[in-house]
Design a protein around this ligand. Structure first.
Ligand code: AP5
Length: 217
């Protein structure tokens, strides 16, 4: 199964991807996580991406397309879920061409719908584990021990692009450059909309119901 997960910053893409990959054994390919790893490792790619990420702008298409094409090649036969990619119509068209060349295609696009006002609060309260990538929230999804990852005990950190000013830019970038993708995929494939302003468990249940129908379980 090859899936794309769309949604504004803070819609819960990373949170729901963890559920989906655990259940369906897909490879989770988050362009944001890959970029953050490159930054932490101090690679040329990471250095190139830094200024864009820090301001809430998109990293140039050519950089991202090459990076994600490499990552997709390593996906297992069970498939993958793309989180944060594609983010422009140009990226989506490049993805379609790359899959087409191998006789593959995107099976479904899951679109998490949420209001800007809700995500602003979510992102300023987000904390994540720099070691395993687990995501928490200071109110909605607390770790068992304050400030420490449940899985490996690492001290949780706040993302540098989760400040209110950068979040506002990221939302503006999303509406201008990424939201048109919903229309793109409605013309090219199957889009499933989900109300993401609900308890994470309820969002998960709706997604599983849809995926269950798709895979026939
Ligand atoms: P990226 O890392 O992809 O960030 P994003 O899309 O802005 O998404 P987030 O990771 O912020 O949010 P999410 O939807 O995953 O929410 P989460 O589950 O964490 O991109 C970062 C940057 O990299 C971009 O700005 C850009 O510069 C660059 N980039 C990346 N991909 C690119 C591309 N393709 N092209 C160009 N540039 C690219 O949840 C958020 C919080 O809410 C958490 O604390 C969570 O616990 C909580 N939460 C989740 N669900 C719920 C719920 N249902 N109810 C209450 N709280 C919830």
């Amino acid at each position: 199964m090859r899936l794309v997960l769309l949604g504004a910053p803070g819609a819960g893409k990373g949170t729901q991807c963890k559920n989906i990959v655990n259940r369906y054994r897909l490879l989770h390919l988050s362009s944001g996580d890959i970029l953050r790893r490159e930054r932490a490792a101090g690679t040329e790619l990471g250095k190139k991406a830094q200024q864009y990420m820090d301001s809430g702008a998109l990293v140039p298409d050519e950089v991202i397309i090459e990076m994600m094409a490499d990552a997709i090649k390593k996906a297992p036969p069970a498939g993958f879920i793309l989180d944060g990619f594609p983010r422009t119509v140009n990226q989506a068209a490049a993805l379609d061409r790359a899959l087409d060349a191998d006789g593959r295609r995107i099976d479904a696009v899951l679109n998490l719908k949420i209001d800007d006002k809700v995500v602003a609060g979510r992102m300023t309260g987000r904390r994540s584990c720099p070691k395993c990538g687990a995501v928490y929230h200071v109110e909605n999804l607390k770790p068992k021990r304050d400030g420490l990852c449940d899985r490996d005990g690492t001290t949780l950190v706040q993302r540098s692009d989760d400040s209110p000013e950068v979040v506002a830019n990221r939302l503006e970038t999303y509406h201008r450059q990424t939201e048109p993708l919903v229309e793109y995929y409605k013309n090219n494939g199957t889009v499933y909309d989900f109300d993401a302003d609900r308890d994470p468990e309820d969002v998960r249940a709706s997604i599983f119901e849809t995926l269950g129908v798709l895979v026939g379980t």
